[in-house]
Design a protein around this ligand. Structure first.
Ligand code: NAD
Ligand code: UFG
Length: 347
């Protein structure tokens, strides 16, 4: 029997591209929408190199309602959509909140409207552990109270989840929101990975760019948190584990195994590592010494957060398989590949 057809918005991006690989390897037909705001079309060639299949690609902005309607006029028999497309830089969202509310919320509303018109009832949505803020209880589970996120970016994720839940309540729409903790690492082929445009904000790209000599040193933000070594704790999770969870979520919706119209799952490993432990692990697995300096706290940082994964383990039958060593080794292999290809990363 032919496998289902899945539209992947944001499919040329970091998590989207890894998910394309997992979907194609499971036999799904994939169609990508992306405006290349934070990614490159060439990523799809890399997906082809891994899987042997070049995904069909539509380049347009999801906030362009006409382009979206034309897309659905052309592409029929869509079984499900995975909605990755969003802007995600926390600092930029503080400086330019309207850009974030417009891009992340308007695109979602237009997509939901188009899904209604075209009677497409299955959606997997990219959410984030940022919706928990600093949780009162750790590990944090899906039913923990949501706190007001520090940034407009985080607020777009909370608002999006609320919009989706409201629509599910009054329509045939079935949605799974996946709350990612800290996705890092790259595909084992080193053909796809995270490609930050401009200076990265996130820890792991900063580590690998420093280690390879693009940046002079890594700043560790804060040494006086209430953690074992004073630096912040995060639940780092391999991007391929995240990608595989999306395939399971899609299957769950298509096979109508979901228990409610709207379901939410944490995607983490359940283990928290400090920034200093992460640096130490990077040095151990790669043998590369990192030039770093401890400095003051970064505003808006949560002290510690890691996932309660029991619900995802039990209900989705999904469990993260890859450890921190593997995450950092694959991130490093990808960094070396970017350098070998002379990709510009020094903005
Ligand atoms: P990414 O920037 O690599 O990918 C997002 C893609 O969406 C990009 O290719 C971008 O060009 C595209 N896009 C953005 N706005 C668009 C629009 N209006 N129309 C069409 N395309 C658009 O980011 P990612 O790390 O792959 O993140 C994917 C999703 O996961 C995002 O929704 C992000 O908020 C969420 N998320 C990411 C993290 C993380 O740390 N990477 C953590 C939690 C949640
Ligand atoms: N850090 C440093 N130095 C750096 C960069 C980061 O010490 O140069 C520290 C941060 O202070 C934090 C930890 O490394 O303690 C992780 O920082 P990241 O920026 O990699 O990740 P965050 O947990 O801050 O943010 C991530 C995503 C956001 C999302 C958030 C919660 O980038 O999009 O998780 O989901 F909102």
């Amino acid at each position: 029997m032919a496998k289902a057809k899945v539209v992947v918005t944001g499919g040329t991006g970091y998590i989207g591209s890894h998910t394309l690989v997992e979907l194609i390897e499971k036999g799904y037909e994939v169609v990508v929408i992306d405006n290349l705001n934070n990614s490159y079309a060439n990523t799809l060639q890399q997906v082809k190199e891994i899987t042997g299949k070049l995904p069909q690609f539509y380049c347009f902005d999801l906030c362009d309602k006409n382009a979206l309607s034309q897309f659905f006029e052309q592409e029929k028999n869509i079984d499900a959509i995975i909605h990755f497309a969003a802007l995600k830089a926390v600092g930029e969202s503080v400086d330019n909140p309207l850009l974030y509310y417009h891009n992340n919320i308007v695109s979602l509303i237009y997509l939901l409207e188009a899904m209604k018109v075209n009677q497409i009832n299955h959606l997997v949505f990219s959410s984030s552990c940022t919706v928990y803020g600093q949780p009162d209880k750790l590990p944090v589970s899906e039913n923990a109270p949501l706190k007001l996120p520090e940034s407009p970016y985080g607020k777009t994720k909370q608002i999006a989840e609320q919009i989706i839940a409201d629509v599910c309540f009054t329509s045939p729409l079935q949605v799974i929101s996946l709350r990612y903790f800290n996705p890092i690492g790259a595909h084992e082929s080193a053909l796809i990975g995270e490609f930050p445009i401009g200076a990265p904000n996130n820890l792991v790209p900063m580590i690998t760019q420093t280690a390879v000599g693009i940046r002079e040193k890594l700043l560790v933000f804060g040494s006086d948190y209430d953690t074992k070594d004073g630096s912040c704790v995060r639940d780092y999770i391999h991007v391929v584990d995240i990608a595989q969870a999306h395939v399971i979520a899609i299957e769950r919706l298509i096979q109508q195994k979901n228990k409610k119209n709207y379901e939410v799952f944490n995607l983490g490993t359940g283990h928290g590592y400090t920034v200093l432990e992460t640096i130490q692990t990077f040095e151990n697995v790669t043998g590369v010494k990192l030039n770093y300096e401890i400095t003051g706290r970064r505003s808006g940082d949560v002290e510690k957060v890691y996932a309660d994964t029991q619900w995802a383990n039990k209900e989705l039958g999904w469990k993260a398989q890859r450890n921190l060593d593997n995450m950092l080794q694959t991130a490093w292999n990808w960094q070396l590949k970017l350098n070998e290809l002379n990709m510009k990363q020094d903005d």
